[in-house]
Design a protein around this ligand. Sequence first.
Ligand SMILES: Cc1cc2nc3c(=O)[nH]c(=O)nc-3n(C[C@H](O)[C@H](O)[C@H](O)COP(=O)(O)O)c2cc1C
Length: 211
Amino acid sequence: MGRFIVGIAGASGAPYTKRVLQGLLSGGHEVKCVISDAGRRVLEVEERILLTGNTETDKPDLLAWLQLPQHAEQLEMLHHKNVAASIASGSYPADGMVVVPCSGGTLAKIAHGVSSGLLERAADVCLKERRKLILVTRETPLSLIHLRNMTAVTEAGAIVLPGSPGFYHQPNSVQDLVDMIAGRILAHLGIDTTMSKEWTGPEPTLYAEQD
Ligand SMILES: Cc1cc2nc3c(=O)[nH]c(=O)nc-3n(C[C@H](O)[C@H](O)[C@H](O)COP(=O)(O)O)c2cc1C
């Protein structure tokens, strides 16, 4: 089973966070989770989950939100100010990291190597160790600064995977849209999942109606 790092920054997109964590933990993988202060604030606004920054008490609260209390052994919560944590070192053998969601601020820090907190440091380590780093950015519209920072992280080896789902797979619910993005994130981490469906082309009848 793999060892993955999940960073949660202060952008909109908590449903993506939830599904990615559910996919990793229910798949039997180990997860190190680090949340920025703004990330906790957004979780509170979007999901009504109140995390205090105390990693001991935040862990059961996060697992309860995920509806996966039985997966406690696989999850370690790390404080974002704890720059001495395992994931701050390249010697920790992470199989990959995803920042979901990734704010414009955290994108900027990663793009410029500003490792002021554990989340950005762990991302910096992934880049220097040539490990997979996925940034699920969420902002619209994008400024030239955002675009340049996205270019910089891409040139450094990260994958920018915006939280912007498509509609061609006939979604029936918001959950379908969330799962499309979460499934793509997990696939990029090398995890086999049925969360997002493979596109096999449009139904033949659609063409017939146009003739
Ligand atoms: C409810 C809420 C939603 C936000 N949504 C976004 C967003 O979608 N994208 C973004 O870049 N910033 C967003 N922000 C602003 C960031 O949280 C803010 O810039 C913060 O300083 C980022 O800190 P971090 O990068 O350390 O997490 C949001 C803030 C709040 C409170």
